[in-house]
Design a protein around this ligand. Structure first.
Ligand code: COA
Length: 696
């Protein structure tokens, strides 16, 4: 026994209570304590049953993720589970809070399971690039059947207690103190002389078409291997005797543990939590937030207002006249209807948001009580400055004044007010009530409590908030601009947009850059190119073929044609046959002889451009840490989570190899491929980006 497992005797029931805050992760000490606890209970004369229960907020949140990647120490979790299940005593698990991963595997090793009504269960290992490795893939199909097990294990989704009861994963639901309820249940089972019920002795369930399932899951995961492997592990539960199935599962688990994908996913898990822990913000209280203002009710403003309403904030939205304001209300109402349809809010909540929490106005004076105002008007400096002048006049002292600009100089916007310290950028991504990313753009003068307020708002809205410094495009759009250029150069030199999109979808991106441009609207990038043109260095290569599409009125999905053509109402297009001739004409005019690109080369160039610019962004302090960039790309730009982010990808590739790529590409275009100083420095010091993350 040890300090992680408390042992108590209640009549003929021994209670093993896990005490490993915050979430009872199954660390080495916990596993050892569970083994010792079982030994003690079995040796304790008169004990007939064991109750497993967790102290604090959860039963068990799973294996201790911090131990992954280190040498595993005995006792291993599968042995602990087998030890529990094989006990001659009757073993009961009482589950509250979460029982995830190894936590559910421990519960499945018990002979009976009781849970609180709000308990959540799941096998989320696929989100860490793994599969359950302590019998989860063998025991769950035996209690819940193959379909339910495949669903839970390949998606990693959490299941609430009532659903788990219906699936047969738990035996009973009861509200109250988990230990008291578990004890009563154990005693009732003893009284009824209920038999031990090891899941391993239950019959194997019926098979399905495994190969078809494997292929479907692999496709859905865009190349992520762990969910597909999970199908094979469940297959083993059907086709092999229990012990052999366990061995097969463990072998697959070990193999996955060695993969880059596992490292990428675990990096993402911790980075997602670390990203809002900014060293400079410790102990700084955010300003109070109850009511926010939004200026502009277009797609972005309406999305921001929707997100704020959904989080319980009061919203005052300003538009230039009543008709436009009503159109904004229509957009917000449609967004909320979507939330209602998905079961996120009730009809009453929707009504309350629209009828009470939301106010539309045409006069800035309505913002006098707002704690924070977010401007989402036309992307033009003069317009923004006019808005901020008015906000400066009407807003109460201490109100936070935020701009949703995606690239304009927030320092300049702030300088036009008498309260620059209160000004901040809050860069949402469209649709703002759906996309998880929020860039919190900090100017030279933003005060720390205003930054803390930006992060507090992000948390309240359920966003992943990332601190960014001021530059053209901040973190995300600046890096996007660079890797888009790399794609553009490859098109000029001989690759087709369709090959590039396909290669990057294979790499794991939600979509390639040209399909993405069609979705965002080609007019947006066109306007950006026009804005940048006068300031462009004469050595910069910029393709003109996309301008030709725009000149012809093809702006992508919204006009039915762009790089792809779209059937009415369809979101997936087919290659636009006119595109290649536009590109070929431009190559001819520039005197370029096109060459072939392999998919591997496409990916390598695209990623090298992305990682090199990301290194520059970190080196310049626009992003504080490499993990900040990684989270921006993951949550705002469809970067595949299983690579962890562009700088985690770079670490996995090895920084010397990345630098060698950049230097090799620079032989063709020394201007575009200038190596980032930080990349050069890390290579010369033999360090990597994760070393910078650890340094904080
Ligand atoms: N191992 C180690 N640490 C863990 C952990 C685990 N399995 N699960 C959570 N933690 C840590 C978090 O890193 C966080 O640490 P911090 O406070 O130092 O940042 C703390 O526990 C609380 O977690 P957090 O995610 O901030 O709280 P939450 O209430 O939002 O969510 C969980 C709790 C358990 C739902 C969530 O943390 C989770 O999904 N954990 C992973 C579960 C999992 O994948 N288990 C399978 C492992 S095989």
């Amino acid at each position: 026994m040890n300090d992680k497992i408390a042992y108590a005797r209640h009549g003929n029931v021994a209670v093993l209570r896990l005490e490993n805050p915050p979430v009872n992760a199954l660390s080495h000490a916990v596993r050892g304590g569970l083994m010792a606890g079982m030994d003690r209970a079995e040796a304790d004369t008169g004990v007939r049953a064991v109750l497993l229960v967790g102290a604090g907020r959860a039963f068990i949140a799973g294996a201790d993720i911090k131990e992954f990647g280190k040498t595993p120490l005995e006792p291993h979790l599968p042995d602990v589970c087998n030890r529990i299940e094989a006990s001659p005593l009757l073993v009961v698990a009482s589950m509250h809070g979460v029982s995830l991963g190894g936590g559910l595997e421990v519960a499945l090793s018990a002979h009976y399971r009781i849970a609180q009504p709000d308990a959540r269960l799941g096998l989320p290992e696929v989100h860490l690039g793994l599969i359950p490795g302590a019998g989860g893939t063998q025991r769950l199909p035996r209690v819940a059947g193959v379909e339910a097990a495949l669903d839970m294990i390949t998606t990693g989704r959490h299941v609430m207690a009532p659903e788990a009861l219906a699936m047969g994963v738990i035996d009973q639901i009861e509200a109250g103190d988990p230990e008291a309820i578990g004890l009563a249940y154990a005693k009732a089972l003893l009284y009824e002389e209920a038999a031990r019920r090891p899941v391993s002795e239950m019959p194997a369930p019926a098979p399905v078409d495994w190969d078809a399932r494997y292929a479907a899951v692999l496709r859905k995961g865009r190349g992520q291997i762990s969910p597909a492997q999970a199908v094979r592990a469940v297959q083993a539960s059907v086709e092999m005797p229990f012990d052999a199935g366990l061995k097969a599962e463990r072998a697959m688990f070990r193999e996955l543990m060695e993969t880059d994908q596992r490292q990428g996913m675990i990096h993402a898990f911790f980075a997602e939590r670390a990203v809002s822990n900014l060293p400079g913000l410790e102990g700084i209280a955010p300003r109070a937030l109850t009511g926010v203002g939004v200026i502009g009710g277009g797609t972005m403003g309406a999305g921001i207002a929707t997100a704020a309403l959904l989080s319980g904030l009061r919203v005052c939205l300003i538009e230039r006249d009543t008709a436009v304001a009503e159109a904004a209300r229509g957009r917000i109402s449609a967004n909320l209807a979507g939330a209602l349809k998905r079961g996120k809010i009730s009809q009453e909540q929707q009504d309350a948001m629209l009828d009470h929490a939301l106010v539309l106005a045409t006069d800035y004076a309505a913002l006098k009580d707002a704690d924070l105002v977010i401007e989402a008007v036309f992307e033009e400096m003069a317009t923004k400055k006019t808005v901020f002048k008015q906000l400066d006049k009407v807003c109460k002292p201490g109100a936070v004044l935020a701009t949703n600009t995606s690239y304009l100089d927030v320092n300049e916007i702030a300088a036009g007010t008498s309260r620059a310290g209160d000004v901040i950028g809050l860069h949402f991504f469209s649709p703002a009530h759906v996309m998880k990313l929020l860039e919190v753009v900090v100017t030279d003068q933003t005060t720390p409590d205003v930054v803390a307020t930006g992060f507090a708002l992000g948390k309240r809205l359920g966003k992943v908030a990332v601190r960014a410094g001021v530059c053209d495009g901040f973190i995300g759009n600046r890096i996007l601009n660079t890797y888009r250029s790399a794609a553009d150069h490859m098109v000029l030199d001989g690759a087709s947009p369709f090959q590039i999109d396909a290669a990057l979808a294979d790499f794991g991106f939600a979509m390639g850059p040209f399909a993405m441009a069609d979705l965002a609207g080609l007019d947006i990038a066109w306007a950006m190119r026009k804005r940048r043109a006068p300031h462009l260095d004469s050595r910069a290569r910029v393709g003109k073929y996309a301008d030709r599409l725009c000149e012809a009125g093809h702006f992508g999905q919204k006009t039915g044609a762009g790089f792809y053509t779209y059937e009415q109402g369809q979101r997936v297009g087919t290659p636009n046959p006119d595109v290649m001739s536009l590109i070929e004409a431009e190559r001819a005019a520039r005197g370029i002889t096109p060459r072939d690109f392999t998919d591997a080369e496409i990916t390598r160039r695209y990623m090298a451009a992305m990682a090199n610019e990301a290194a520059r962004v970190v080196g310049e302090g626009i992003a504080r840490r490499p993990l900040d960039v990684d989270m921006v790309l993951l949550f705002g730009y469809g970067f595949p989570r299983f690579w962890g982010g562009p700088l985690k990808w770079a670490d996995l590739l090895g920084l010397p190899a990345l630098l060698a790529d950049v230097e090799r590409f620079a032989q063709e275009d020394v201007f575009f491929w200038e190596p980032a100083p930080l990349l050069q420095q890390l290579v010369s010091e033999g360090r990597n980006f994760d070393d910078l993350n650890k340094a904080g």
